[in-house]
Ligand binder design. Structure first.
Ligand code: NAD
Ligand code: UDP
Length: 337
């Protein structure tokens, strides 16, 4: 059934794709964002792709007065909570900022949701909560051993959300652990637009192929993997966005807190990703092996069967589509201004 859904962080990379997927499924997205890591131009792009009126509220998810106003002004029945800080390296240097925005921001949001009687919540968690898993593919019962402050803010938020659902059976909460989101909307109107030099592999390859940076450093050649480079599970951002729509439908029928991996369910090494990207863009990237990146782990990829079994969702777009769509977005400029 169509509903009004608040998307915090709704002008960010993942939130903007979720907003468009929500509209395609007949829902009405309301975006909340402080634009600390996004551009105002995203809003018009989302409106254009959504084809419906999309309200965007500018402000901070920790601002309880603002949240109260949003729930008062809009008939919100569910929240998808993407607002947060996500740079692993920065989280080590600014731990308090990360705990404040990610944990405290989620607490404030849950409080005001409770007051407003809105009890359906989808939370953006991350596979980084697993650290290096003992068993692959990694399922939702694996131990949580995050290697970074960022990962620990996600683990703490997950924990308090599970406690909340245990204390009050009215809550319906989906904790979605994303693996490695990448790619862009196939229209190339929205995509990942990191400020400055990208840290992540796919956006960095886009900018190297476009001539903005000279060379890709491959972080380590001696990992215990078949070709010595790190293995990750790359999930197309469109699949990820559709996973949130599926989670909302599932939540309508299920109380409690449920944790669900969103991944493709297979891993690719850095060398495999580079080869797929070179094929997509028709160029050969300058690249060299460098040292391991501090905090990295060798290998992880999802056991994504719970999502399929329980929510009827699975990722359908493969690495080729991720690379093709990321490159199309880069060729269209790869940013909003
Ligand atoms: P993003 O930075 O593009 O989007 C986050 C949005 O939140 C931004 O638009 C930013 O302006 C906004 N924001 C930040 N602090 C805020 C605050 N205090 N109040 C209101 N808005 C605020 O990041 P993304 O890649 O779209 O990630 C979305 C969510 O998914 C994050 O919670 C992130 O931790 C999680 N996640 C991302 C990845 C990934 O690889 N991109 C992987 C796993 C989990
Ligand atoms: N990587 C790399 N060079 C880069 C950026 C990333 O070799 O410039 C590797 C990284 O070590 C990891 C994989 O690419 O094995 C994915 O890294 P990314 O930062 O995209 O995502 P993460 O898994 O760290 O969240």
């Amino acid at each position: 059934m169509a509903s009004t859904v608040l998307v915090t962080g709704g002008t960010g990379y993942i939130g903007s794709h979720i907003a468009v997927a929500l509209a395609a499924a007949g829902h009405v997205p309301v975006l909340l964002d402080d634009f600390s890591n996004s551009e105002h131009a995203v809003v018009d792009r989302v409106r254009e792709l959504a084809g419906v009126a999309v309200t965007c509220v500018e402000g901070d998810v920790r601002d309880t007065a603002l949240l109260r106003r949003v729930f008062h002004d809009h008939p919100v029945t569910a929240v998808i909570h993407c607002a947060g800080l996500k740079a692993v390296g920065e989280s080590e240097a600014r731990p308090l900022a990360y705990y404040d925005v990610n944990v405290n921001g989620s607490l404030r949001l849950a409080e005001v949701m409770g007051e407003a009687g809105v009890n359906r919540l989808v939370f953006s968690s991350s596979a980084t909560v697993y650290g290096q898993p003992d068993v692959l593919p990694v399922d939702e019962q694996a131990a949580l051993r995050p290697h970074s402050v960022y990962g620990r803010t996600k683990r703490q938020t997950e924990e308090f959300l599970r406690d909340l659902a245990r204390a009050n059976p009215n809550w319906h909460i989906a904790i979605l652990r994303y693996f490695n989101p990448a790619g862009a909307h196939p229209s190339a109107r929205i995509g990942e637009a990191p400020r400055g030099r990208p840290n992540n592999l796919v956006p960095l390859m886009c900018r190297i192929a476009a001539g903005e940076y000279p060379e890709l450093s491959i972080h380590g050649s001696d990992w215990p993997t078949p070709d010595g480079t790190g293995i990750r599970d790359y999930i197309h951002v469109q699949d990820l966005a559709e996973g949130h729509v599926a989670a909302l439908a599932w939540l309508a029928q299920h109380a409690g807190a449920r944790t669900i991996n969103l991944g493709l369910g297979r891993g690719y090494s850095v060398l495999e990703v580079i080869a797929a990207f070179e094929k997509a863009c028709g160029r050969v990237l300058a690249k060299a092996f460098g040292p391991r990146r501090p905090g990295d782990v060798a290998c992880y990829y999802a056991d994504a069967t719970r999502a399929e079994r329980e929510m009827g969702w699975r990722a359908t777009r493969a690495l080729d589509a991720i690379c093709a769509d990321a490159w199309r977005w880069q060729q269209a400029g790869g940013r909003y201004r």
